[in-house]
Design a protein around this ligand. Structure first.
Ligand code: ADP
Ligand code: MG
Length: 263
């Protein structure tokens, strides 16, 4: 007499299937398939629903991993968002314009964004927030400061420079103005701006007016040519308000025994 066949309620998935899924690069599904099958049994999914859920789980896993990779590659120094920006503190700044930029049309049209103003007014915050939006939307991005960029343009290979500063869809260059460039650095920066011109946008922050860029680059003619390309398709936003860093300090009483400094 042959033994009565027993059908377990939840047949274990053959390890070969999980291995095959991994081999096919379906790593999320390989991990989640026992759970997906279990839910399918409990909720009596149709074959169609099961397939949709399985494919959906793999796609969601991939999107999450790709986002994590983009974030790592972007080298953002801090997490900033448009939501955490207090527009009431900068009443002269158009929140409508910034929110509009947050819809990322500028990435599509390769329109540069130049944020100008004194220290502490939120230039870096806004630039990082827009860069984060782009990363969330699936674009690649890279943060750098002008100092770091100038150093690397001189010391790294052309291939590395390309990977870091040309391949990313969005390039953020922070703190233009604190460093005077050497002739070679100025030319390299010009080449970079030219290479990205009308192809991929740059978000740049600076505490200097454009009139000072000649001094910054050590070459008036080069500065004019660079600004010509940078500003041809650009949104220039000048923030002339108070420093947010000083916000709380201004509210504190003056220290005893010390005179308030002149304004
Ligand atoms: P900037 O680049 O213009 O020198 P930052 O963007 O670095 O200024 O701003 C200085 C600090 O103040 C940062 O921590 C930033 O997040 C914060 N900050 C600046 N402006 C605002 C604002 N309007 N709302 C909220 N935080 C702000
Ligand atoms: Mg800054």
């Amino acid at each position: 007499m042959s033994p009565v066949p027993t059908t377990p309620l939840s047949p274990a998935l053959s390890p070969a299937v999980a291995e095959a899924l991994k081999g096919l690069g379906l790593t999320t599904l390989a991990k989640l398939v026992p759970m997906v099958l279990e839910t399918a049994r409990q909720e009596q999914w149709s074959y169609e629903t099961l397939l949709q859920q399985a494919v959906g789980a793999e796609l969601a896993g991939r999107a999450e991993r790709a986002y994590a990779r983009r974030i790592r590659a972007a080298h953002l120094p801090a997490a900033k968002s448009l939501e955490s920006f207090d527009f009431a503190f900068q009443p002269a700044l158009s929140s409508r314009l910034i929110q509009e930029l947050g819809t990322l049309g500028f990435v599509q049209t390769a329109t540069n964004i130049v944020l100008l103003g004194p220290p502490g007014v939120g230039k870096t915050h806004l630039a990082l927030a827009l860069t984060s939006r782009a990363l969330e939307a699936g674009y690649s991005a890279r943060f750098t400061t002008l100092r770091q960029l100038a150093d690397e343009l001189e010391t790294t290979s052309w291939r590395q420079q390309r990977r870091r500063y040309l391949t990313p869809r969005l390039l953020m260059i922070d703190e233009v103005g604190y460093l005077r460039l050497t002739t070679s650095q100025a030319h390299q920066l010009f080449d970079l701006v030219t290479a990205r011109y009308e192809q991929a946008p740059i978000i740049l922050t600076s505490n200097r007016s454009f009139a000072e860029w000649g001094t910054l680059l050590g070459d008036e003619v080069l500065a004019t040519a660079l600004l010509d390309r940078l500003l041809h398709h650009a949104e220039v936003i000048t923030i002339n308000g108070q420093s947010y860093r000083m916000k709380d300090r201004r509210l504190e009483p003056a220290p005893v025994g010390k005179e308030a400094p002149p304004d």
